[in-house]
Design a protein around this ligand. Sequence first.
Ligand code: LER
Ligand code: MN
Length: 270
Amino acid sequence: MKSAVTVSLTPQARSGPFVFHDGLEDACIAASKLGFDAIEIFPPAANAIDIAELQGLLDHHELAVAAVGTGAGMVIHKWSLTHADAAIRHEAREFIRAIIDLAGGFGAPAILGSMQGKHEGDVTREQALAWLAEALEDLGEHAAQHHQPFLYEFLNRYETNLFNRVEPTATFLRGLKTKNVKILADLFHMNIEEEDMEAAIIAGGDLIGHVHFADSNRQAVGLGHTMMHPVIDALEKIGYTGYLSAEVLPLPFPLIAAQQTIESFHHYVH
Ligand code: LER
Ligand code: MN
């Protein structure tokens, strides 16, 4: 398994669960000093990233891109793939497609989290899931052109009513034609929703493509009460070799959250 730490470049997500908020250079300097393998980026849009600048920083600091989030489309524009308005669903899909292309250029996958939306008002669950499936078929195959999976993240019940746990998510994804959509397992959401985190990870099996490494209170691992040993054991059992990416609050300070994360990473992962 490999270590990663998050950086948000989206001012509207200042209070969000991201360790660094002060630009790519600040994040790369800290991540490399602490010995992380990669950064995970939450940009306001695909075209907000200067590709040459990012490549220069990655080369200089010997870092990779673990993944790129798409949630700014929700945070800034309130767009989603399951919005009642077809024009907004279209904006959402193209916003995500551009981030898949950006991430693909850095050998990384894109993440569908809050941009999945929820079913509400006149949109039934059945309708929302049909729109979600159609978008995943398209975006999953689009990501395949970059030899990257497309990561679908189920969220806790306060953030979506589509999927909240690994097993129903896995069943839904197994029913798609594309085999290129993988599950992002965020340990914060799982701590809220799963009965048994290890069993859930085993049920996800080789569909698990990325992990958000967070404690029960969404702080760095070690600052909450999730029992992490069994979780890591389960990831080892399924042969997971991807990232444990710290999508956590910058508490008590960004550098301390990052330092605590890397210490926990070395404590649990050998
Ligand atoms: C949101 O709670 C989350 O976990 C993000 O990774 C999704 O955008
Ligand atoms: Mn997450």
